[in-house]
Each structure stands twice: as structure tokens, then as C-alpha cells.
Design a binder for this molecule. Structure first.
Ligand SMILES: NC(=O)c1ccc[n+]([C@@H]2O[C@H](COP(=O)([O-])OP(=O)(O)OC[C@H]3O[C@@H](n4cnc5c(N)ncnc54)[C@H](OP(=O)(O)O)[C@@H]3O)[C@@H](O)[C@H]2O)c1
Length: 262
């Protein structure tokens, strides 16, 4: 589905970035994987190459405009274009969750909003500049259901996710006339990921639940009464990045399995 598509992934050593990279590679994409830590992103690239995929790793801080720009230019210099930009950057939840809003200081409130929106803005804008001459491309990212429902103890994370979804719509309004689609993915929590454990374990403990009971509680809020697998999210990412999804732009795909109505 992604044969010979040139895809750049930011945060590629993370749970979602890595799963999307592997799924993109299986579908024939040529991958340029980036992350803050060179060794971790290199490990993902080597894994993909050992399974017959095509992936190159680079150390890129997705909040550093010059680093993102230089890396993208190197992709253009070698491949001539970029077809897909996927921002899977995630900030450690320990830095942003768990403090009641009335006790939260401004710096901590602003941190996720500034980091999430800035990295998405930078990676999207710099990719779009390279996509416009080719009149094609797909810009993607990930959010969470915190964008749309009130949840306690999430600090600036909910506003950050809502802002990213607004940016997806606005990027699309400007870029779709140039043939560029902009689509977000809003998955339900995936228990295989460390992120979910870090985010929810303190709340499970505070509620007197074991981790397994907490997962059951989260699953009970979905229609199929189960949580999502990383592979399911990655498969959806493949479809959205592919030419099968040319009818979709300016939106965030609701993958919360019924726990959040449209
Ligand atoms: N996991 C889930 O179930 C789930 C569900 C819904 C939404 N989400 C959202 O999806 C996003 C990714 O989640 P995840 O579970 O994949 O998180 P993750 O495993 O923590 O991965 C995040 C990745 O982003 C990288 N990163 C952080 N800051 C960066 C920067 N400035 N430049 C480049 N890379 C940077 C991290 O690298 P370092 O290791 O070097 O920091 C890490 O590799 C988050 O926004 C998360 O809230 C996750």
C-alpha cells in the first residue's frame, strides 16, 4: 500500500512511532526514522532492515527547527521528495500528569501545550514546504481522547491534544488546495505501551485498583469491551498514509472504539 513512498517519522523510537515505522516498512515505504536518542532510533531502523525493510536512522530533536530542516533537506537531496511526515513525538507523562489544576504552576501547565504544538507545527510546516512543489503528500500525527473529554489530573495535556487537532484542521485548510492531506489519529490507550502504564498506574493505585482491574475498567468504556492493540493503530496509519485514503483530510480519525462519540 505504500510502495516506494518516502516517509519521515519523528519520535520513531517510541511505542507508536516504532509500530507505525514497522507497518509502513512492511507495506513498502522507504523510511527516514528520527528521534532524540540516536541509539534507540538506530535500533528500530536495524530491526526493520533485518526484516527486509528500508530504513535509515538519524538523530533529530523535533523541537529544533534547524535540525528538522537540515534532516528533511538531506532526505530531499537523496530521494527528491517526501511523501509522508508522521509526528509521533510524546513527552514523558510523569512531567505533566497527576497535579490538580489548582495546584499546577504556569510553567508546567504550558510545557505540554508548547512542546506538542511546536513540534507538530515545525515538522508539518517544513514537510509541507517540500511537498507543495510536488502537489502531493500526507502529514499525520497522534492525539488522545483528552482532546475532547474532561478528565482530571491531566494538566496541560488535554489542551495540547485539542490544539493539535485544531492545527490538523487548519493545516489542511491551507494545504489541501496544494494536494497535501493532513490527518490525525486519536487512539484509545494501548496497554502494550509504557506510556499508558506511566499515565494511569498512579490513578489505579489511588483508586485502590490493581493494574489489571484498571485496564478492565478502561476497556469497559469501549464498545467491544477491550483496549486497542498497537498493530491496529499502525494498520490504520498505513491506510491513511496510502492513496486509498485520498478522500480524507482535515480531520482526526476517532480510534477510541466507541468510548468517545463523534
Ligand atoms: N501509548 C498510547 O496508548 C497512546 C494512546 C493515545 C495517545 N498517545 C499519544 O501518542 C504520542 C506518542 O505516544 P507513545 O506511547 O508512542 O510515546 P513514547 O513511547 O513515549 O514515544 C514518544 C517518543 O517521542 C520521542 N520524543 C520526545 N521528545 C522528542 C523531541 N523533542 N524530538 C524527537 N523525539 C522526541 C521520545 O524520545 P525520547 O525517548 O528520547 O524522549 C519517544 O521516542 C503521545 O502524545 C501520547 O500521549 C499514546
Amino acid at each position: 500500500m505504500l510502495s516506494n513512498k518516502i516517509a519521515v517519522i519523528y519520535g520513531a523510537s517510541g511505542a507508536i512511532g516504532g509500530a507505525v515505522a514497522r507497518a509502513f516498512a512492511r507495506e513498502g515505504a522507504r523510511l527516514f526514522l528520527t528521534g532524540r536518542d540516536a541509539a534507540s532510533v538506530d535500533a528500530v531502523a536495524r530491526d526493520i532492515v533485518s526484516e527486509g525493510g528500508c530504513a535509515l536512522a538519524a538523530q533529530v530533536d523535533a523541537l529544533d527547527e534547524r535540525a528538522v530542516d537540515t534532516h528533511l533537506q538531506s532526505v530531499i537531496d537523496s530521494e527528491g521528495r517526501v511523501d509522508v511526515s508522521f509526528n509521533a513525538v510524546g513527552i514523558p507523562n510523569a512531567q505533566i500528569l497527576g497535579v490538580p489544576l489548582i495546584d499546577l504552576d504556569l510553567t508546567h501547565f504550558e510545557q505540554p501545550i508548547a512542546s506538542y504544538t511546536s513540534s507538530y507545527f515545525l515538522t508539518a510546516r517544513l514537510a509541507a514546504r517540500r511537498m507543495i512543489p510536488h502537489k502531493s503528500g500526507v502529514i499525520m500525527t497522534v492525539t488522545a481522547l483528552h482532546s475532547r473529554i474532561g478528565l482530571p489530573l491531566v494538566g496541560g495535556y488535554g489542551p495540547a491534544m485539542a490544539a493539535k487537532e485544531a492545527l490538523t484542521r487548519n493545516l489542511s485548510a491551507e494545504l489541501a488546495p496544494h494536494g497535501i492531506r493532513v490527518v490525525g489519529l486519536r487512539p484509545q490507550g494501548m496497554p502494550e505501551t509504557r506510556t499508558i502504564r506511566d499515565a494511569f498506574e498512579p490513578r489505579a493505585k489511588a483508586s485502590g485498583m490493581t493494574w489489571e482491574q484498571w485496564l478492565e475498567f478502561l476497556a469497559s468504556r469501549t464498545h467491544p469491551r477491550r483496549l486497542m492493540a498497537l498493530e491496529e493503530l499502525a494498520n490504520m496509519a498505513v491506510f491513511i498514509a496510502s492513496d486509498k485514503a485520498t478522500g480524507m483530510t482535515g480531520t482526526t480519525v476517532n480510534l477510541t472504539m466507541g468510548s468517545l462519540d463523534d
